[in-house]
Design a binder for this molecule. Sequence first.
Ligand code: 2NE
Length: 270
Amino acid sequence: YNWSTLKEYKEILFQFYNGIAKISINRPEVHNAFTPRTVAEMIDAMNICRDNSDIGVIILTGEGGKAFCSGGDQSVRGHGGYIGEDTVPRLNVLDLQMQIRRIPKPVIAMVAGWAIGGGHVLHVVCDLSIAAHNARFGQTGPKVGSFDGGFGASYLARVVGQKKAREIWYLCDQYNAQEALDMGLVNKVVPLEQLEETTVAWCEKILEKSPLALRMLKASFNAELDGQSGIQQLAGDATLLYYLSDEAKEGKNAFLEKRKPDFSKYPKFP
Ligand code: 2NE
């Protein structure tokens, strides 16, 4: 594919092809472990994906074919978080998780090799996951002195069930691609050589669909699980749709024209 660079970063690649944005962690020497900077760059790229109307779907992946992401870089883990150049301890990957969940476009995890620890949680929060045969999944928190009790626990449990999620966290075992498929943790497993073409084909199928319908579906899937904040997202989308109507525009126009609004002609649907 003829991927073009959307923006240059230090620790990620950010590319575009035919309506698809691809965000790749580019630290293969540490199995694509993330630092606060990696995460900040991904957050910046995600913001661009949200605003750019040429982008309809986002692929999240890791460079090198051996790892999707191995979680937080333990060599920069300090007192209270992961420490970057500014010496501030951060857990900014939690903000990235929220952003993946909130962005009103499908995000697909394209997983080759390790998806471990905080890297595993990143694929879990994506809308869809496509795995290569060499993919390996698991959490390590209780082994390395960490845990993710947010989406990493509760949403994982929604995906694979309570018993399996507890097994994943309590035992810190690793699961192969077939096992991940069997427990509903990934959508599809393909040979490594076909990973990108399959993922792009799924993106292209999605891109043929109605963007507003996809947006409403993503918000609806979230709303069912996210309580007040999920309803807030879905309700925001209802406001967006309402703003497109003449009825809503009449309210704004009347205010600006300093007259009483006339809503009488708008239907009261059954
Ligand atoms: C992923 C795994 C199982 C792979 O094992 P293997 O044997 O195939 O590779 P190896 O030799 O361990 O890794 C290759 C190089 O990458 C580094 C290693 O240290 C090694 O470097 P060198 O010895 O060659 O110099 N590397 C790998 N993962 C790293 C990491 N996360 N941080 C820094 N360097 C890393 C094996 O590598 C593994 O178990 N990795 C650690 C996985 C892990 O525990 N991640 C953190 C979980 S906690 C977390 O992510 C988190 C959270 O729980 C809550 C909030 C935010 C983050």
